[in-house]
Design a protein around this ligand. Structure first.
Ligand SMILES: [Zn+2]
Length: 379
């Protein structure tokens, strides 16, 4: 085997990316499966579009869904350091101690190190998942229940009327759907850090947050949206305070926030608010007995993840799904293809699927919080 082939099969792309400063997004990644997502070091971003698949711990491939670069560890090193092929191979060979053929002893040594590194990262991922889950449950249990009937039953105090006010302001008809769903609570004053909790930085925002339970049978995590009585909370510079999740990392992606009792027909949207607006709109029309779930990210509906556990699938017994699509003025074709792919995936599971988008247009940055879903289905 020549040097470049050995590098491709023996060097860990994940480790090389980590050495270049990539911090994996563990809510999106599945470490046990060698599936990693993080911010792309090649184009600079805050989201996690950089995808590495490296099942055996080495020999992986990357693909960035932001800048569309992709390839092996050699391609990555070339792009990252602006090197030609030969120089990238030389650099990686030096770093990994790959010269000519390795002695048996050296091979065993590398193998042991790799196994140890893999075990370490799995242990660390499991520890983070446990911590996240504990934090999520603590937050959920400490949050206020906004539904007055639930409050009486549980002897809890009313956590301000802020959540019903907020949802109403966003267009949700709460009286039609029996009030705020039991999977939503309020933390009256919750700290926020861009990029997640960091004890070395002061919080950049504090205020009321809607806490959404993630998971159908049990709570795997919580989704947090900072709110005011009328809108999403904003930083002083006008930016919206970003939504965040915490919980059992690696298992959250694809898990919904359930917004109603189950039924055979589910309306599926990305965000909690949009889904509730459409759901209350449909319920007010009567007819089909709808239920509602928020997938919490577009990727959980459409991919690009191929891993089935990271994609939303309905609970058993569901026969019909109404997907609330969201267009994009920047990239309407991609938006449409992704959602149509999602519809095809769910039809492949034997479901009857309807896909709708506001005004039947994929080139608008609108969701069903702005537009009536009932009108769109008539059209
Ligand atoms: Zn990129």
């Amino acid at each position: 085997m020549n040097k470049s082939d050995r590098i491709k099969s023996e060097v860990s792309l994940r480790e090389v990316a980590e050495a270049a400063g990539v911090a994996w997004d563990l809510k999106k990644s599945s470490p046990n499966k060698g599936d990693w997502w993080g911010p792309c070091p090649l184009h600079g971003e805050n989201t996690a579009s950089f995808h590495v698949v490296e099942k055996g711990g080495t020999g992986g491939f990357f693909k960035c869904f932001g800048c569309h670069e992709g390839g092996t560890v050699i391609d990555f090193t070339m792009k990252l350091h602006g090197l030609d092929f030969v120089s990238a191979v030389r650099r990686l060979a030096e770093e990994a101690g790959i010269a000519g053929e390795l002695s048996e002893e050296k091979k065993r040594e590398i193998e042991t190190k790799r196994a140890q590194a893999k075990e370490r990262s799995e242990r660390e991922a499991a520890r983070q998942a446990e911590n996240g889950h504990r934090m999520a449950l603590r937050l959920w249990q400490g949050s206020d229940i906004p539904n007055p009937n639930a409050i009486k039953a549980r002897g809890r105090h009313l956590g301000g009327a802020i959540l019903p006010q907020y949802l109403t302001a966003r267009g949700v008809r709460l009286s039609v759907i029996g009030g705020v769903p039991g999977t939503l609570r309020v933390a009256p004053c919750l700290d926020h850090w861009d990029g997640g909790y960091d004890r070395n930085r002061p919080a950049d925002y504090s205020g009321a947050a809607m806490i959404g339970a993630i998971g159908r049978e049990k709570i795997l995590g919580v989704h947090r949206t900072w709110i005011t009585p009328t809108a999403r909370a904003r930083h002083q510079d006008g930016r919206k305070v970003e939504k965040q999740w915490i919980g059992r990392t690696g298992e959250l992606m694809g898990q919904p926030c359930v917004l109603s009792p189950p039924s055979q027909a589910v309306v599926l949207g990305e965000g909690i608010e949009t889904t509730l607006v459409a759901y209350s709109d449909l319920v007010s029309q009567g007819g089909v007995q709808w239920s509602a779930e928020a997938a919490l990210s577009r990727g959980a509906i459409t991919g690009p993840a191929q891993d089935k556990t990271q994609l939303w699938t309905p609970r058993p017994g569901v026969q019909e799904v109404l997907i609330l699509g969201e267009g994009s003025s920047k990239n309407p074709r991609e938006a449409r293809e992704l959602y149509e792919g999602a519809a095809a995936r769910l039809r492949g599971l034997g479901l009857s699927v309807l896909l709708t988008v506001p005004h039947d247009r994929w080139d608008l940055d609108q969701d069903f919080a702005d537009v009536s879903v009932v009108e769109s289905l008539k059209g």
